[in-house]
Design a protein around this ligand. Structure first.
Ligand code: IPE
Ligand code: MG
Length: 255
């Protein structure tokens, strides 16, 4: 890791003896933002920003696999992105389909297991087919889990979970008293996945944008001004270095 850490991020002396495994995030989630502005800055159409964003995805996925990160979750398309012009949405669908087809062999080589969270409605059938194929083919891999949030919204996810739970109560399989945090977590799209330890956002925006609302309650946040197409391995390393210096108390006191 070649990036140096600013003085104020330096770990307290007592932390320097921490187990290095402990200071590695198990789960990294990324809000990939700024594709459009990256293109605009270069007087290119917005879709060129998305096209270049795929290269950043490839770099980041590869590096997380190399570093043996347990899970990487990428915010690819939000449930609010449907407000965009249809030609941009069509291109995003095309990129998604292409990624699923073209990356398969590389994902297999790296032992990556692909999973998807979000609602399937609105995603064209041919794209869903390629997504399903990739999930199936990579299903036995034991390396990094690449979780793609597609047509994903945090509030929608929570309301879907509440519906599932309410239905079970209606059918008599559950009582209201049995509804607790664990049950809610088990009914989210992310059931069985660890919560993100580190949440990265590009393009300098200080917002969550309806991403993993439930799961990020104690995630460490790291924001870079770089646009997503400019995000490189070194930025990931920098985020991880900063993460390693954070003193996570989860509402308790310093250990
Ligand atoms: C993120 O970049 C990619 C997607 C949401 C699909 P944007 O498209 O949001 O880029 P900006 O924010 O307009 O620059
Ligand atoms: Mg944006």
């Amino acid at each position: 890791m070649s990036t140096s850490i600013p003085e104020r991020f330096s770990a307290p002396a007592s932390d320097s003896a921490r187990d290095p495994k402990q200071s590695m995030p198990r789960h990294i989630a990324i809000i990939m933002d700024g594709n459009g502005r990256w293109a605009q800055q270069r007087e290119l159409p917005r879709i060129e920003g998305h096209r270049n964003g795929v290269s950043s995805v490839r770099r980041t996925v590869e590096e997380c696999a190399r570093l043996e990160i347990e899970q990487l979750t990428l915010f690819c398309l939000s449930s609010e992105n449907w407000k965009r012009p249809s030609h941009e949405l069509d291109f995003l669908m095309h990129l998604l389909e292409q990624y699923m087809i073209e990356e398969r062999s590389l994902l297999m080589e790296q032992g990556i297991r692909v999973q998807v969270i979000g609602r399937r409605e609105g995603i064209p059938e041919r794209v869903l087919n390629e997504i399903n194929k990739t999930i199936e083919i990579t299903g036995q891999n034991r390396g990094t889990i690449l979780c793609l949030a597609i047509n994903y919204g945090g509030r929608g996810e929570i309301s879907d979970a509440v519906q599932k739970i309410a239905r079970r109560i209606e059918q008599g399989g559950l009582t209201a008293d049995q509804v607790d945090e664990q049950l809610i977590a088990e009914n989210l799209y992310t059931s069985g996945m660890p919560d993100p330890d580190l949440l990265i956002r590009t393009s300098g925006e200080m917002r969550i944008s309806n991403f993993l609302l439930w799961q990020i309650s104690y995630s460490e946040l790291w924001v870079t001004d770089k646009y997503w197409p400019e995000f490189e391995e070194d930025d990931l390393h920098q985020a991880m270095q900063v993460y390693a210096t954070r003193n996570r108390r989860f509402g308790g006191l310093t250990s």
